[in-house]
Design a protein around this ligand. Sequence first.
Ligand code: FNR
Length: 362
Amino acid sequence: MTLHATQPAPSPRCAATALPAGMDAAAAAYFLGGAGDEITLRANERAWRSIGWLPRVLSTPTQVDISTTLLGQRWPTPWLVAPMAHLRLAHPEAELGAALASAVQGAGFVLSTQATVPLEAVADAVRAEPQRGPLWFQLYPYGGREDWWRLAQRAQRAGYEAIVLTVDAPLQWPSAREQDAGFALPPDWPQPNLPAAAPRGTLETLLGCALRWDDVAWLRRRLELPLVLKGVLHPDDARRICDHNLGDALIVSNHGGRVLDGLPATAQALPAVLAAVDGRRCVLVDGGLRCAADAVKALALGADAVLVGRPVVQALAQDGARGVARFWRHWRDAFQATLALLGCASPHETRSVTLIPMTDAT
Ligand code: FNR
């Protein structure tokens, strides 16, 4: 399998989040759907497109260096694949193919607790790649504290470099699209990283298992790895994380509009979170980023890095690992070109770009 993509670059339009025509309709509904009326899902994409820029002329850099520092380490790019469950539904190469292709292209990867491949297999493949990005493990707090603590330790032993604790999804239920399409996981679906005590049953059972602030403090005290809190939108929560040292980084995220509808777009929430954090922690953002220009806007607003979800599923579904490698190569080319056109020699320099509202965004 060749992971270094060689196909000619496609037109530089933003990736539409459509899945291949032959894909199972129920699986497509699972990947693309959002909570409620999908207002947040749509707002995420629109918000990036409603940002424009006003660059200065005659200041093109002679070189563009897109490497970046995250959690004290230097990495080739400021982007990672967002944690996503059940990637085997998109393509048999699943999380392993997506992670390896991303590593070859210098992108980071966050493996979901609900991956269909053992976390050790992904770590072994990715860590052998010299130009890779960060490798983090996303933890869902299934079961009791000891269950998820054991899972975090397992990820640490395998070589993951941070634990990403998802704090915005204490309850999940199928979206209207999934229900309409009759989505259900096939019997004997592989979930090799899930603690035996994954939550099932009534609302009361699920509420009883929900993560709370003292759980985060408990995990933080025991964990040797950096802790990243994913799903922060409110500036007061961001301030609390910094003031009480509850994490090393946070991800401004609304779970891609999949959990609670009516949340603000992440591009809209990001500035207030950045102001509350005030440089004390690394801040990442995800949700609705569909092309490299969106990533440049996120960095220009002040994010340290971005995570990308559905477009990676789309690339995986189209052509497995090869599709993902191709996706990231085009993304990188477009990102570098955009930085150059904005007069920026590095991701950090985007912070001095003048951003303007785009009133005619589609
Ligand atoms: C997700 N997301 C997610 N988040 C998480 O913390 N753990 C998980 O297992 C999953 N699973 C998952 C499955 C699918 C199919 C999607 C689309 C998303 C949310 C994900 O990490 C991220 O926050 C969003 O996907 C970002 O939005 P975009 O890029 O998909 O618009």
